[in-house]
Write a protein that binds this ligand. Structure first.
Ligand SMILES: Cc1cc2nc3c(=O)[nH]c(=O)nc-3n(C[C@H](O)[C@H](O)[C@H](O)COP(=O)(O)OP(=O)(O)OC[C@H]3O[C@@H](n4cnc5c(N)ncnc54)[C@H](O)[C@@H]3O)c2cc1C
Length: 280
């Protein structure tokens, strides 16, 4: 990881797939699944989107679908440039993923891309069953998206949402976001299968566990997900309690936007940065 300061390594696992594979192996040995993400977003040029598709395809050649899958962003595959290009690149990537038996999940980005992401997902899911999407609990539209996606048997990762959004479209306070997360979790456990609950929030983790018990959904029918570098001590505890856990492992040289979101969303992360700056 020569191009990134050491502190970035808390949240970003490396710059190449060679950096990342040992992390996947060591987590697999602890019964923890992984999802790999090549960092980058908001690509404006066709060439860089084509290049990242090739990079993902090279990564797929090293994967067998047993413990790891991919998480991708559509603005990296050209969504800012043209939807046609994005669909072409996504389709090519999903064809290879299908031959390798690897599940692919489309991350959700800022609200400017939500509608296109949901509709591209709904189209592609009919052709590629091993395709998932992310929905954000802070967005007021998410319940309607969920209803719409039930028809294609969507495989959903539910998260709070990481982008700055306006108050008319997104809840701003933690209480409302948690409340919506809890309500969406109930719908997901009742009407969807293979849901991923992405959160580091103990209140929500406990709530999902209790909901699942009440609805008699066994722990093998959903999983929790956390980000690389966050709440490491909780990982073995969740596994020991019998829950599936997947860690999202980002890597690559375009780490700045991702790293900034992690710093801004939690004061603990920011203090970690400060402590390490003064240590250096
Ligand atoms: C696997 C994964 C994938 C994601 N994908 C997307 C995506 O596609 N699109 C998107 O917009 N966002 C995504 N996110 C980010 C997500 O939307 C949130 O921004 C992020 O997870 C922070 O919300 P939180 O619920 O984890 O906890 P926060 O809201 O940050 O924290 C709530 C509470 O959790 C506890 N907590 C959290 N972190 C810690 C810690 N390090 N140590 C101790 N306690 C802690 C504390 O009690 C805290 O008060 C993803 C997150 C994960 C985990």
């Amino acid at each position: 990881m020569s191009s990134a300061p050491p502190i970035v390594r808390r949240f970003v696992a490396g710059t190449t797939w060679q950096d990342v594979m040992p992390h996947c192996e060591s987590l697999a040995a602890q019964g923890i699944r992984t999802t790999l993400n090549i960092l980058g977003e908001d690509f404006r040029g066709e060439q860089e989107s084509r290049a990242v598709q090739r990079e993902y395809i090279e990564l797929l050649a090293r994967m067998d679908g047993s413990n790891s899958y991919l998480s991708i962003k559509l603005t990296m595959l050209g969504l800012m440039h043209s939807e046609e290009l994005t669909c072409e690149l996504l389709d090519g990537l999903l064809q290879v993923a299908a031959t390798r038996g690897v599940f692919v999940r489309i991350d959700m980005e800022g609200s400017a891309w939500t509608e296109q992401t949901v509709s591209i997902y709904a189209r592609m899911k009919k052709k590629y069953p091993a395709l998932g999407i992310v929905l954000q609990a802070y967005l007021k539209r998410t319940r309607a998206d969920l209803e719409r996606l039930q028809a294609v048997e969507a495989r959903v990762r539910l998260c709070k949402g990481a982008y700055k959004e306006a108050a008319d479209i997104a809840w701003q306070d933690m209480r409302s976001i948690r409340q919506n997360y809890a309500e969406l979790a109930e719908i997901l456990l009742r009407n969807f299968s293979d849901t991923a609950f992405a959160t580091h929030d103990d209140l929500l983790i406990t709530h999902v566990r209790e909901l699942a018990q009440r609805q008699r959904v066994s722990a093998d029918r959903y999983e929790f997900q956390m980000l690389y570098g966050m709440r490491r001590r909780t990982w073995p505890r969740l596994r020991a309690d019998g829950y599936n856990l997947r860690v999202y492992i980002p890597f690559g040289k375009n780490w700045l936007p991702y790293f900034s979101r992690r710093l801004l969303e939690r004061k603990e992360n920011f203090f970690f940065l400060l402590r390490n700056l003064f240590k250096a």
